[in-house]
Write a protein that binds this ligand. Structure first.
Ligand code: CP
Length: 315
């Protein structure tokens, strides 16, 4: 199956077949990452530009590695050291990158909808690497990939998403992906950090963390996004950790073998206890590893190549 879209902007608008295609393709690419020479010629001659207006460790590095593993030319624009600081607009910056031959632009931006604006204007493919509190579709895909890899299915899986749902693009993409693939999703967090429309998203809203995690297969903890919050959402970090932190005690309420997920970066001792983050149930670093294979699949499928993935050539 060939992907019939130029851009990846949000999980919400993907259908089940497209999600399966991304996950199955990522599975093939994950095998490449175990080889001695972790490289295939699939995107030779293509140019991928990472354009990040917000800090990033995982998304930026894994897009860069994904592009390089596929033999694309990968450029990173650090906006603080670019003409953005001279007042150049997002659209002008992107048009200039396209004029230099960018085939794909990976955009992280604080404004929700910024990637949609570029996608409407450019011929290049645009990939949303996180737009404000809206969506983070490649994080959503790597979360689904990790669940499917570990549990063998997504359909019927019970997942609790806990914490700062209001400011979380990760939660929005995860909820859209999980519900679409047939998982049963619960959300929980301080009432001030739950969006008003939470009950319309096809999820169960739980008033306490204990209720949310009881009997679940997956607990996805969210980072408390202090940089997106004004004052007054929570009384104190200590109070937040007391009611909404994932401790070993709360972990025991979940199903045996529960997967503990977190998109990173983690606030140790706030939303997650260090012994849980480093414990046997955590798959947080597996998520990071899987992010490379998933982003290889995204770059490959959006490139419109649709032919050989290059896997056989390099095997
Ligand atoms: N999960 C995630 O988006 O991490 P970064 O902000 O480091 O990219």
């Amino acid at each position: 199956m060939k992907l019939k879209r130029k851009d990846l902007l949000e999980m919400r608008s993907l259908d089940r077949e497209e999600i399966h295609l991304f996950l199955d393709t990522a599975e093939s690419f994950k095998e490449v990452l175990t080889r001695e020479i972790k490289k295939v010629p699939t995107l030779r001659g293509k140019t991928v530009v990472n354009l990040f207006y917000e800090p990033s460790t995982r998304t930026r590095t894994s897009f860069e590695l994904a592009g390089k593993r596929l033999s694309a030319d990968v450029i990173h624009i650090a906006t603080q050291a670019s003409s953005v600081v001279k007042g150049e607009t997002l659209l002008d910056t992107a048009r200039n990158l396209e004029a230099m031959g960018a085939d794909m632009i990976v955009l992280r931006h604080p404004a929700p909808g910024a990637p949609h604006l570029l996608a409407r204007t450019l011929r290049s493919s645009v990939i949303n690497a996180g737009d404000g509190a809206h969506e983070h579709p490649t994080q959503g895909l790597l979360d689904l990939f990790t669940i499917r890899e570990r549990l063998g299915r997504i359909e019927g899986v019970k997942a609790a998403i806990v914490g700062d749902i209001l400011h979380s693009r990760v939660a929005r993409s995860a909820i859209a992906g999980l519900t679409k693939m047939g998982a049963k999703v619960r959300v929980s967090g301080p009432p001030t950090l739950l969006p008003l429309e939470a009950s319309t998203l096809g999820v169960q809203v739980c008033p306490t963390m204990e209720e949310a995690v009881r009997g679940v297969d997956v607990i996805m903890m969210l980072r408390l996004q202090l940089e997106r919050q004004g004052r007054g959402f929570i009384p104190s970090l200590r109070e937040y950790a007391r009611f909404w932190g994932l401790t070993e005690g709360r972990l025991r309420l979940a199903k045996e073998g529960v997967l503990i997920m977190h998109p990173g970066p983690i606030n140790r001792g706030v939303e997650i206890a260090p012994e849980v983050a480093d414990g046997p149930y955590a798959v947080i670093l597996d998520q990071v590893t899987n992010g490379i294979a998933v982003r290889m699949a995204v770059l490959y499928l959006l490139s419109g190549e649709g032919g050989s993935s290059g896997l056989e050539e390099a095997a």
